[in-house]
Ligand binder design. Sequence first.
Ligand SMILES: Cc1cc2nc3c(=O)[nH]c(=O)nc-3n(C[C@H](O)[C@H](O)[C@H](O)COP(=O)(O)OP(=O)(O)OC[C@H]3O[C@@H](n4cnc5c(N)ncnc54)[C@H](O)[C@@H]3O)c2cc1C
Length: 372
Amino acid sequence: MIGVSTTGARGFGISPVNGKRRVPLPAASAIAFIVGLPSFVLVPFGPLLEGALKVHAHQALLQPAGPCSIFTPVHDGTLHRLFPSAKFDEPLKRYTAWKIGGPADALLEPKSADEVVAAVNAARENDVPVTVLGGGTNVLVRDGGIRGLTIRLAKSLTNVEADGTSVIADAGVLYPVLANTTAAKGLAGLEFATGIPGTVGGAVFMNAGAYGSETTEVLDWADVFEADAGEVVRMKNEDLRLSYRRSILHEHPDWLVLRAGYTLRPGDAESLKARIKEFRAQRMNGSPNRPSCGSTFKRPPGDFPGRVIEAAGLKGTRVGNLEVSPVHANYLVNLGGGTAEDALKLIELVRNTVREKLGVELESEVRVIGEP
Ligand SMILES: Cc1cc2nc3c(=O)[nH]c(=O)nc-3n(C[C@H](O)[C@H](O)[C@H](O)COP(=O)(O)OP(=O)(O)OC[C@H]3O[C@@H](n4cnc5c(N)ncnc54)[C@H](O)[C@@H]3O)c2cc1C
């Protein structure tokens, strides 16, 4: 049922299986976490969010992010018993770049990869749906919040190790921090990450990129907890199927990135730091200084979303407290107290207007999670 190993809580044994490097779970801590809990039948994961939720037709081109299992009501007592260190009924707008989002039933910030694995396993065994948040910089959490367990990795899994030109970063490391850390060590390749406020896990999930570079260019592998299989698998770059703001993880809502390995190039620390400073200055000049999720829409073929939205006359358009930024039209900014409902309506208004006026189809980059 769960791929446990008794080789100890620390250190991952690695053995190649089916072309992938299989890593048995750090089982001792997982078992310790679960010991004392009543035994429950393992409930298989249900359909993805797209199926489990009634996704409204007008949101069809948004990118719903999947929780790890089906939405079923979970008794508060169950969550308190399973995840005593979680925060309960916690407003997620505190954790999203957009400053939007209803409450999480339970919000857990695990201190280690072992704790993540143990929490997900405990949730699965008790039919508690699981949703993963990195930095919350590319999600729209709906106003009804998130049922079950929300695991937030930003700022909790934060270790970075470098050995020669190889760098291993935990899933919760912020990309700008990784850019600075690697540049300071004279390692080139991740300077672009300075403009991306999310985490390593979110960057793998999204194949995040900026200034003409993308994560896939420097990423070697990611350790992915495939919760459905109960295994941590070291997936190579090519197996992650990274493409424009996409990865294989979009098709596997029950997979979770725990850490990632990068291969960088030797460089001069001072020039790398100067490059990062230059990127930052560019960003400061061209971006609105309001809560947003960065670029809302992906690039349409041969064009830029900001250009077409501006050409459709939408700069400054508002729905409630959400506005198409007058500074950069691909940023939909929260003027204060904006709701997910406002954001979804504005996204739809932009898409419809751009389609009607210019015949261009815009696809949202943002992941929509939670309940209306
Ligand atoms: C001001 C601003 C500027 C931005 N500029 C850029 C830019 O230049 N380029 C760019 O690419 N993006 C940009 N973004 C968007 C965002 O920062 C990236 O998409 C980032 O990679 C998201 O990471 P995150 O940790 O915040 O993920 P989240 O927003 O927390 O999550 C995004 C998705 O990834 C999943 N996820 C997160 N962590 C994990 C994990 N460990 N395992 C499995 N799934 C996970 C979540 O479930 C969710 O579906 C910008 C955002 C803002 C607010």
